[in-house]
Each structure stands twice: as structure tokens, then as C-alpha cells.
Design a protein around this ligand. Structure first.
Ligand code: URP
Ligand code: ZN
Ligand code: ZN
Length: 463
């Protein structure tokens, strides 16, 4: 099967040119002006943007968390992703207590078997390291294409690890070519503040943010940076929300340390006042790190523009407001942490980032696709439009207006953080490995189409 995408503006992290893209089988074979080739299918992209498929390095599908399980399984979460122009993501496989990594991975592979719509890889979330057991096993994972180790410095009593586990994992990563990822908040201090708040009768959603102050994100970010330096491991700080953490990452990057960070779509558009939405509506905005003072939003835009932060993910961790978030009606600490967002990232960043002049189109492509591909061992197979790359392509209409709503989204969540927001620019067609996956507002493939991707080691290429 061959496809010719004609006359669109092909945008990569570096270039923007009107050109045709010729796809043979699963990969791009030619890019050029007015290509004279025969194709089985021709897609007219005149007036449209032709973008590399977006890559989401941070998602939680079908994950047990906070006393429940995230509402999007692999099929619904990845369908939402495909409609939003995301063609590949890296999900977190969580090691249970006492579990080997092989057991954890077998469980996560089972969740996607026969259900996948788009391509994905796994990070391994380390929760339990044992000498002579999982510590040794951890070193074998990069050879299996699991090339990033995630550690939670928060969620005491659940996913949190101590500094010894964090540091020893970093030492393994330094040897094996894995990238270390951290959720950077000081979980011990947060736990004290949560207990104090509840003892004082402060149970409303706003106390979720008040018990997780930005200083505790800044402290944990800096701690992780210093530990990674000593261990000699590359570090990626997930879901950065505030100036305190941005400053720590900037300091590290100014000195060329191997430190990168991401923020997530929601932190540009939500703030601490949202937690006071009436009728328990504030629970929609309970995720961690929490929504911050609005002043942090411009700090984050500056950070993504100047490459202090190198990626924008979604941290898609969807729950129902009615039935799951309501578990915390009388106690904010029982509200499952997380929010949906897989479908909205490209539209929101295109409209408020590019259309409103905060970042260039090339920078958007870098943040949503190329940079995550490079950091997470997917490049140049994915993350760009080039001969030899997978034909993971989004044909994006930059002029089509759309209103974001839970009524029309593909996530199973019953709310959308950006409800009622009108944006200019939407996905027309999503192709993955040369196959049209979304077109005319209809999913065109069956569950099982998406493939598992064994990623390259940190700094190496996936060809
Ligand atoms: O609140 C969040 N972010 N839930 C997902 C788990 C995590 O910390 O990334
Ligand atoms: Zn986290
Ligand atoms: Zn997350």
C-alpha cells in the first residue's frame, strides 16, 4: 500500500515547507515538491499542516491508583490519543510490592494485547528493589526495550520510594543506558501536612494544593538533580508545575548537566482557584503536583520556549468525577489524583501556544513529538517526517474551529478540564505506519492495530 500526501505544509522541529510526502508500506520514502509518483491513495493536504504524529511520554492507562483504576483502558485511552493526533505514547508499567519486573511487565502487556489502537512503549516504575533480586533484574530491562526507570518521590504508603532506592536505581541507569524519571515532590513532608489539615477539619479539594506547596516540588527536584549527578545518570523530571522546580532545572541545564524536564498541558490552563469550583467540581483539578498560583503559567511558557523544559506531556490519568473522584467527598486525600487530557494536547498547545504567539510551530513539533522521541529512544523511527521514518503523520487543519467538550471526547471520563474552550486548529487525519487511523471523525482501525515499541537506550537511535 502506498499513500501520497499532496501539497501540505510539512512542519518538523527544524523546517516548514510545502511538499508532498510519499509513503510506501509503513515508512516514508520520499519528500519533495510535486512528486511524480503513482500511489494507491492520494490525500490532498492543500492548506493543511503535515505534522509528525505527536508522542506522549507520560500516560496512565488501566492503572490501579488511589483505591480505584483509571477509567481509560488501552482502547479508550489510545482512541482519544489518535483523535487528538497522538500516534505513540509511553505508559507507566507499575511494579507491585514484592513483584518482579517480569511479572509487572507481563501484566501491562496483557492490558494492551488485542486492544491497542496506536503504538506504545513502557517505562518501568520501580517501587521495590531487592538485593540479589529486582536490583539485578532492573539492569536487564534496557535490553528488552524498556529504557526508562520511573521513581515516585511522593505518594507515601503507595508508590513512593526512599532516597536509597532512588539513588541505587540511578546507579543502575548510569550503567545500563536508561533514563531516570522522577515525580519530584517531598512525599514525607506532604504526608505530615495532609495529616495536619485533616486533623484541623480541612477536608475540601483546595487542601490538596495547600498541603503540597511548590517549595516541596522545588526541594525534591533539586534533590533528584544532585543525586543523579553523583550517580552519573541522565534525569528527566516529569510534570513540572512551578518556578521553584523550573529554576532548579534551569540551573542544572545551564551547567550542561544531563537533566531534562517536561510540563503537562493542564498546568498552562488551570490554577489553584479551580479547586474551589462549587459542588465538588474542584475535584476535577485534583492531580499531583497540584494546580498552582496563576503566576506559574507564564513561567512554564517561558520554560518550554527556551528549552529549560523540553517536552509537554499529558499525564493522562483519567477518572470519573461521579463515582471515582467522589470517593474523596469528605476527605480531599481520598480523591484519586489525575485528570484526562490525551485528546486535547495538540489542539490546546497549537491554539494557545502557536496561534497566540507564545511558541513557534517548529517549537510545538519539537515539544510534542521530536524531543520526546529523542529522549525516550524512539528517534528517528518516530518524532519526525523524514525518509525512512515511520509514516506517523497528522494532517492538521490550522483554520478549523472546534469546541472542546466531554460530550464529544473519546476518553471515558465524564469531564474535560477545558470544557467549552474554543480553539482554532484540529486534526483531520491521523496516520500510523502509513495506515489511516482517524479520518472524517471516524476511527478506521480495529483494536490490535497498535504495536508495542522496544525503545533504544538513552542517547541511541531507533532505526
Ligand atoms: O495526579 C497525577 N499526576 N496522577 C498520576 C500519577 C502521577 O503522579 O503521575
Ligand atoms: Zn507523578
Ligand atoms: Zn503521571
Amino acid at each position: 500500500m502506498s499513500v501520497l500526501i499532496k501539497g501540505g505544509r510539512v512542519v518538523t522541529a527544524a523546517d516548514s515547507t510545502v511538499a508532498d510526502v510519499f509513503i510506501e508500506g509503513e515508512r516514508i520514502s520520499l519528500i519533495g515538491a510535486s512528486l511524480d509518483v503513482d500511489a494507491d491513495r492520494v490525500i490532498d493536504a492543500t492548506g493543511k499542516l503535515v505534522l509528525p504524529g505527536a508522542i506522549d511520554p507520560h500516560t496512565h492507562l488501566d492503572m490501579p491508583f488511589g483505591g480505584t483504576v483509571t477509567i481509560d483502558d488501552v482502547t479508550s485511552g489510545q482512541t482519544a490519543a489518535a483523535f487528538g493526533g497522538t500516534t505513540c505514547h509511553v505508559d507507566f508499567c507499575i511494579q507491585g510490592q514484592g513483584q518482579s519486573f517480569a511479572e509487572a511487565l507481563a501484566g501491562w502487556h496483557e492490558k494492551r494485547e488485542g486492544k491497542a489502537i496506536i503504538d506504545n512503549g513502557f517505562h518501568i516504575a520501580v517501587t521495590d528493589l531487592t538485593d540479589g533480586g529486582t536490583l539485578e533484574e532492573l539492569a536487564t530491562l534496557p535490553e528488552q526495550g524498556i529504557t526508562s526507570y520511573k521513581l515516585f518521590m511522593a505518594y507515601q504508603g503507595a508508590l513512593m520510594v526512599d532516597d536509597e532506592t532512588l539513588f541505587r536505581t540511578m546507579q543502575v541507569a548510569a550503567e545500563t543506558g536508561a533514563l531516570v524519571m522522577v515525580h519530584a515532590e517531598n512525599g514525607d513532608a506532604i504526608d505530615v501536612l495532609v495529616r495536619e489539615a485533616l486533623a484541623a477539619g480541612n477536608t475540601a479539594p483546595r487542601y490538596h494544593a495547600l498541603t503540597r506547596p511548590p517549595e516541596l516540588e522545588g526541594e525534591a527536584t533539586n534533590r533528584a538533580i544532585q543525586l543523579a549527578r553523583i550517580a552519573g545518570a541522565p534525569l528527566y523530571v516529569v510534570h513540572v508545575t512551578c518556578k521553584n522546580a523550573v529554576d532548579a532545572i534551569r540551573t542544572a541545564r545551564d551547567q550542561n548537566w544531563a537533566v531534562w524536564g517536561e510540563t503537562c498541558t493542564q498546568y498552562f490552563f488551570t490554577d489553584i482557584t479551580d479547586l474551589d469550583e462549587p459542588d465538588f467540581g474542584g475535584a476535577k483539578y485534583v492531580f499531583s503536583p497540584p494546580v498552582r498560583d496563576k503566576s506559574n503559567q507564564s513561567v512554564l511558557w517561558d520554560a518550554v520556549r527556551t528549552d529549560v523544559l523540553s517536552a509537554i506531556s499529558t499525564d493522562h490519568c483519567a477518572f470519573l468525577l461521579d463515582g471515582q473522584k467522589t470517593m474523596g467527598k469528605d476527605d480531599f486525600s481520598k480523591i484519586p489524583n489525575g485528570a484526562p487530557g490525551l485528546e486535547d494536547r495538540l489542539k490546546m498547545i497549537h491554539h494557545f501556544g502557536v496561534n497566540e504567539g507564545r511558541i513557534t510551530l517548529n517549537r510545538m513539533v519539537d515539544l510534542l513529538s521530536t524531543s520526546p522521541a529523542k529522549l525516550f529512544g524512539l528517534y528517528p523511527r518516530k518524532g519526525t517526517i523524514a525518509p525512512g521514518s515511520d509514516a506517523d503523520i497528522v494532517i492538521f487543519d490550522p483554520n478549523r474551529k472546534t469546541i472542546i467538550s466531554a460530550m464529544t471526547q473519546h476518553s471515558k471520563s465524564d469531564y474535560n478540564l477545558y470544557e467549552g474552550t474554543e480553539v482554532t486548529g484540529d486534526v483531520d487525519v491521523t496516520l500510523i505506519r502509513g495506515t489511516v487511523v482517524v479520518e472524517d471523525g471516524v476511527l478506521q482501525v480495529e483494536p490490535g492495530f497498535g504495536q508495542f515499541v522496544e525503545r533504544a537506550k538513552f542517547g541511541e537511535q531507533l532505526l
